[in-house]
Design a protein around this ligand. Structure first.
Ligand code: GLC
Length: 529
């Protein structure tokens, strides 16, 4: 396998030193992006063939959700072999081709790394099961005897994020910990073999030329000593609200300091992005200290509703929290785990306005595949096609993550709308023809052309992504207005049109702007001020 150093990229935003500070990063969910072989499942060759689309869209980097060998108990977040591609997605050669062609087009590639847990089909876990209690191989995971008569109760009271106890009993009577599905045993990160193995996995993908990692459940790797009880149920309600014995333990930072050293051994600004659910923006910032990771997802922003006061608060809090550690703030509206923001916010108008707001903020922004098409959540999937593991459990995450994972429409008038030649692993709605890339291309009123125009302006105007502050301007109730150098963004989050003195000339608008003195309902406008 040849090595493709990121510094061989052609000159674009993505080649600048510190490119990630203001990068727009597009999330590809490989199952649902493009299917090259007609099996109804997206794959790496499909992704490779669509890279020119992403280049033309104007993003800087692509984050690929997992494509590793996996029994797919959690759509690939259950990894059986971290150095192999699942045959459903292709081969290592295909992965190499994606990285090489992306670089040739000026796009960076970030891959998903899943270090908190593996698959129960991972060789280490299978060996640990075979070797039995007391075997050193069991120490790479969290095996414990049970409590109660005959050890028939779980070792502690922790609940799985997907519902039910976080422990499963094996035939010899021991229990193992899994914060997610039973098919996803948690690694014991105190064990040196686990630490060494993941540094080696990092190097494997860095050697292949990838530009960094999105780190799954980055806050979960270290558990409190002794695995203490939480002492309450409904633990899901606590996630992201407080430090828990299994989440956001201070010990995780040592791991990221060691990973940062590995990343820095490589030329070309390779990065680590934390998926870290923490109680506060300040605790998230701890993952981004100068000797740790580069970015973390801003779930605080993602969870903020369509409300001017709340949005302004989330923006200020995020910028304030990151400034002391010198890390860029990130912004995200949708991903493969949440209801698409068009549906969350209640309308396409709001989704379009939210996109212009996000893309006008300093720092890095994440775009989830299909949001540039204005896709809604698919809310009426029949239960028989659902695959989200928490759907099959009670009291877990809502279990409705399939509706944002439906394959995206590319062309044509009928499903699978150019996704592939052989259907799609989740059924697409019958009315998606008008939302396809083909249908929207060249239509100036389309959401796709809005994203293209916004990303083009963002590239042309250095002040958009750069810096760590916004200058708020006086605005009527329900309206956000801020200046960034010679650029102004105004956003009306209300359902009524508002009169405002135009702050300049219109660069781009998410809705009607026939009268520049009127900011229409649920509309954002970019101005040259
Ligand atoms: C992350 C992923 C999610 C997955 C979970 C367990 O939250 O985004 O899809 O189910 O981790 O790996």
């Amino acid at each position: 396998m040849t090595q493709h150093l990121a510094d061989a990229l052609p000159a674009t935003t993505a080649t600048r030193p510190g490119w990630w500070r203001e990068a727009v990063i597009y999330q590809v969910y490989p199952r649902s992006f493009a299917d090259s072989n007609g099996d109804g499942m997206g794959d790496l060759e499909g992704i490779r063939s669509r890279l020119p689309y992403l280049m033309e869209l104007g993003v800087d980097a692509v984050w690929l959700s997992p494509f590793y060998a996996s029994p797919q108990a959690d759509a690939g977040y259950d990894v059986a072999d971290y150095r192999a591609i699942d045959p459903m997605f292709g081969t290592l050669h295909d992965a190499d081709a994606v990285v090489r062609e992306a670089h040739a087009l000026g796009l960076r590639i970030i891959v998903d790394l899943v270090p908190n847990h593996c698959s129960d089909q991972h060789e280490w876990f299978k060996q640990a099961l075979r070797e039995g209690p007391g075997s050193p191989l069991r120490e790479r995971f969290h095996f414990r005897p049970g409590r109660g008569p005959g050890g028939s109760l779980p070792p502690n009271d922790w609940e799985s994020i997907f519902g039910g106890p976080a422990w499963t009993r094996v035939a010899d009577g021991q229990w193992y910990l899994h914060l997610f599905a039973p098919e996803q045993p948690d690694f014991n990160w105190e064990h040196p073999a686990v630490q060494d193995e993941f540094r080696s996995i990092l190097r494997f993908w860095l050697d292949l030329g990838t530009d960094g990692f999105r780190i799954d459940v980055a806050h979960g790797l270290v558990k409190a000593p002794g695995l203490p009880d939480l002492g309450r149920d409904e633990q899901l309600k606590l996630l992201g609200n407080q430090v828990l014995p299994f989440f956001d333990q201070d010990g995780v930072h040592e791991i990221y300091r060691s990973w940062r050293k590995v990343l820095d051994e490589y030329a070309g600004d390779r990065i680590g992005v934390a998926e870290a659910w923490t109680p506060s923006a300040e605790r998230t910032a701890m993952y981004l200290r100068p000797d740790e990771l580069h970015q973390a997802f801003n779930f605080h922003y993602l969870n903020t509703g369509w409300d001017a006061v709340a949005l302004r608060g989330a923006i200020d809090d995020s910028l304030d929290a990151m400034r002391p550690v010198g890390a860029p703030t990130t912004w995200v509206l949708s991903n493969h785990d949440v209801v698409r923001h068009r549906t969350r916010f209640g309308s396409l108008a709001r989704a379009r306005a939210a996109a212009l707001l996000m893309l006008a903020l300093p720092g890095s922004a994440y775009v989830y595949q299909g949001e540039e098409l204005g896709l809604p959540e698919v809310v009426d999937l029949p239960d028989s096609v659902r695959q989200d593991p928490s759907f099959f459990k009670e009291n877990g995450q809502d279990g409705l993550r399939d509706g944002c994972r439906v394959p995206i429409p590319w062309s044509g008038t009928e499903a699978p709308y150019g996704f592939g030649d052989g259907g799609s692993w989740l059924p697409q709605p019958a009315d998606w023809a008008g939302l396809s890339v083909e249908a929207q291309t060249g239509d100036p009123s389309s959401t796709l052309e809005l994203y293209r125009a916004a990303l083009r302006i963002r590239r042309e105007r250095a002040e958009l992504g750069a810096g760590d502050a916004v200058q708020w301007l006086d605005a009527p109730t329900g309206v956000l207005a801020f200046r960034r150098g010679g650029f102004v963004c105004t956003v009306n989050t209300t359902g009524e049109a508002v009169r405002m003195t135009p702050p300049g000339t219109v660069l781009l608008a998410s809705g009607d702007v026939a009268d520049p003195g009127v900011l229409e309902a649920d509309t954002a406008v970019w101005w040259q001020g």
